[in-house]
Design a protein around this ligand. Structure first.
Ligand SMILES: [Zn+2]
Length: 191
């Protein structure tokens, strides 16, 4: 068994002060940073990750994903535009010892990290298989959108999946709760 940590979209625009802030985003960034610190220090409480990866929303012109009058379901304020500070990892996410970063959404909405690619062109599923990963822990922002989609794709790609709920923040309470139930039904362990 080899386990990977997948950190989804912990970017400035999704945290307090960003253009599409999710309540609790900065706190989640801090907690994930603490977990990554334990991992890199290999202390007694170090999690058993073989690798850690991150995904990032990485928009150039994603069409109807952006709107001046967003409905906050299918359309959103402008966010995570390539080259802006909003697209950068939140500074509370420290350290950032990722073995690979998967960028998604250049020209269309992409909620799942499995739609992303490294700058070398590797997809997340191919990269994880290349590193013999069998199990993944998923955390990040937002529970009801990109975390949900990433975890569902991880299950359908054949990985054993845990959702680290203490390390997730959601856009809305009701849709986050139903996302967690949907993931549980799909076979995700809710940790
Ligand atoms: Zn987006």
């Amino acid at each position: 068994m080899k386990r990977a940590l997948i950190v989804v979209d912990v970017q400035n625009d999704f945290c307090e002060g960003g253009s599409l802030p999710v309540a609790g985003g900065a706190e989640v960034a801090f907690r994930i940073g603490r977990l990554l610190h334990e991992w890199t220090e290999q202390g007694p409480k170090s999690p058993d990750y073989a690798v850690a990866v991150a995904t990032r929303d990485h928009h150039i012109d994603p069409g109807g994903h952006f709107s001046d009058r967003p409905d906050f379901v299918d359309s959103w304020p402008v966010h995570c535009v390539v080259g802006t500070d909003g697209a950068a990892f939140h500074p509370n996410l420290d350290p950032q010892p990722f073995n690979a970063i998967f960028l998604k959404g250049e020209h269309a909405a992409a909620y799942s990290g499995f739609e992303g690619r490294t700058t070398d062109g590797d997809s997340l599923a191919d990269w994880l298989r290349k590193h013999e990963v069998t199990d993944v822990d998923v955390c990040g922002i937002a529970t009801d959108y990109c975390v949900r989609a990433t975890a569902l794709d991880a299950v359908s790609s054949g990985f054993s999946v845990r959702l680290l709920t203490d390390l997730c923040a959601g856009v809305a309470e009701a849709s986050s709760a139903s996302a967690v139930e949907e993931l549980r039904t799909a076979g995700t362990v809710i940790a």
